[in-house]
Ligand binder design. Sequence first.
Ligand SMILES: Nc1nc2c(ncn2[C@@H]2O[C@H](COP(=O)(O)OP(=O)(O)OP(=O)(O)O)[C@@H](O)[C@H]2O)c(=O)[nH]1
Length: 845
Amino acid sequence: MSLRIHELAKRHNMEGKDMLALLKERGYVSAETKSVSSTVANIYVEEIEKEFATKVAAAATAAPAEPAVVKEPEDETPHVRSPHGAFVKTKDDVDREKAAAAAAKAAALKPAVAPAPVATPPPLPPRHVAPASAPSAPRPVTIPTAPPRVAPPPPPAAKAPPAPPPLPPPRVVAAAPVSTPPPVGVPAPVSAPPVIHPVMKAPAPVAPPPVAPIAPRHFGAPPVLPPLPGVSPAPIAPPTPTAAAPAAVPPGEFKTIHLKPPIVVRDFATALGLKPFRLISELNQAGGFASMNSNIDEAIATKVAEKHGFLLEIKHRGEPGVQQQAQKKEKQVEEDESKFLVSRPPVVCILGHVDHGKTSLLDAIRKANVAAGEAGGITQHIGAYQIEYQGRKITFLDTPGHAAFSKMRARGANVTDIAVLVVAADDGFMPQTDEALKHAQNAKVALVVAVNKMDVKGANLDQVKAQMQQRNIAPEDWGGETITVPVAATKGQGIDSLIEMILLQADVLELKANPKAEASGVVIESQVDVGRGPLATVIVQRGTLRVGDALVCGACYARVRAMFNDQGENVKEATPAAPVRVIGWSGTPESGAIFKAVKNAREAEKLAEEEQLRLRKAATASDATPKEVSVEQLFANIAATQAKVLKLIIKTDVFGSAEAVRTVLEGIKSTKVSLELVSAEVGLVTKNDVLMASAAGATVIGFNTKLENGVTPLAKHHSVRVETFSIIYELADRVKEMMADLLEPDIKEIKTGAAEVRQVFPLAKGFVAGCLVTEGKITRNASARLRRGRELVHEGKIATLKRFKDDANEVRAGLECGIKLDDFNGYQAGDVIEVFEIQKVRASL
Ligand SMILES: Nc1nc2c(ncn2[C@@H]2O[C@H](COP(=O)(O)OP(=O)(O)OP(=O)(O)O)[C@@H](O)[C@H]2O)c(=O)[nH]1
């Protein structure tokens, strides 16, 4: 809401430009505002209205006290202060003046103020500034000090003392400019405008201090700020507290105010002791648009604060003070939490080289547990399980063994407290043993080495220990710190002591968690279950996870519908280190991802959506980023687009397998054929996968998963290849074959036989070579070449093959035969005729 300046002026019988000047002075419009058709905000319109109303009221109440004015003829200008501090007169004032002047005239018998201007009709609006071009225009200003020129000689006042002397000199000075047009506006109007007031701004040098004492009598209460130059503000009007506060602070006496970003107009105004609208006006003048809840730029806020006599200190988050406070708070939380910390079971993972016995060891441990009396439930593979040994629990991550799972293993090591490194006693350290050791060391987890297969021939514990020493993980009995346990997994030997050592290590680590905290933990693996939807096995690291909790995990969220332990039992809650399979996810969260419980499902969904958005943005941004391409790269890219592509849709049983397959496929390198994963998801191979493959020209690969009903006929109908595997090596080999099949086959020459020319026989037409077959067999119509020593003399086909006089289809090694090659006749004894077949073989990658 706003009002045009000229409209506002009209309401108050003012000229537009006067109103504009007034508004500018108040800071209600920008100093740059030039046009009266500009608008002024409603909030200021109201201020102006209030102000003018106050003045009218003040003037009205001041009227009865007026006689005093009569006694002060020198002060012909009973003043009301204009909204901007200038002196103005009300109609009553003018009437009183007239009466007073007449009385004075009569008394003083002195030629006085000319009545002429008074008579001049047009009720001059507020102006005292007469344009130079219109000197004849009726002027509201009369000069009391120079009356004789105009005034008709009035009858001399008998009793009046000489009147003029009391006139204060400034008034005379003030009068002078009247003849000069622009800067007039002098506070001495005798002739009066009928209405409230014109704006009469006293020029600085003119406005005299003597005026001051008079003013309050007629004063409303101008809420005005800047004290007029030359006019002491104090006696004129008690400034409003808000307006006065900033101006009251003398320079050098700055008070400091502390604010935290963002600096909001409302708060900032409160801190400065300003009314918000004043602050808004100042900010608007400084450029830009501010509203009550706008944030203010820190630099501008600092300046504004200084202007009002304050030093603004902005405390950013992360600044020492804030950080210290945060740390203190964190420490406090920790201290509070330490009260609730209780011992928790260790989380253990088993790492090692292929076939060194990880699975056997896990089985042996599980069996030991079963033997210890935990029997009953049918254990389920959920990626992790818990055993209880002598009343203490241990969580084992059931990690897969192949190198392809190294990514998951690496994450596994990060979730765990203790890594058991399995080393076969006969093989010793192998490449994957070192890789696993690296993961464990990077994850800074405690290490226990299980030297397995101690029962096999060739087991050499000392050799393994020596290798450990070389790797700076010397065993305890060799002066090092690494707990080393010899075991034979398949025979169950040493398993108890391995578990005891794990528990000992756990004691050393003093593993604790707060079961009362909000639940958080790590996803071990996830999959899609037909009927139950996405499932994820998680390990709770902190707090207690309960059915009904809302979880967020990256771009996925869940409301825990149900939870199952590794025995397949329905559980209502999971405490720290407990592995549980959670149902109720929106998708399949990634292995190794962190989940945490949040306030409610809505919050979880919101956070997950934000993450999805972030990921999408990141993907778009990376796609959009222009990359510098060299000419070589350009050609390489062109070649790449021409290269053959094998498109695959992968479906696996669990998320970890999908990653493993992906890793294996990434390992297939070829410059001729590239691989493109259209998708890699968890679940059954569905008809939808087939349709997608048909559209994309892809092949569907299932790993450890089955086909949905109807997939096979649909695939046949759409000529889509669907293949399933349960062994990852076979999958990799088959994919390599498929890739190679996309290439033109290589042509291979296979020598099938050779014959030596012994004698040359003339025929009716040409010659025939009498040969002895020296190797393989010679076949009619086979491709052949004739060599003489190293020289290739002729290449053609076996046109005629005779055994004695009869035609033969083939003649085997050790037999004699007659051979005629096409129309060749230049045989010589000793020549060798080689026979070969051309075969197309699968191209190499
Ligand atoms: N003699 C003997 N054989 C063992 C022992 N432990 C494992 N094996 C055998 O070693 C082979 C590999 O064992 P796994 O437990 O499958 O080895 P892994 O490390 O899990 O293998 P991946 O899962 O392929 O990495 C199997 O044939 C086991 O029977 C042991 O202590 N003694």
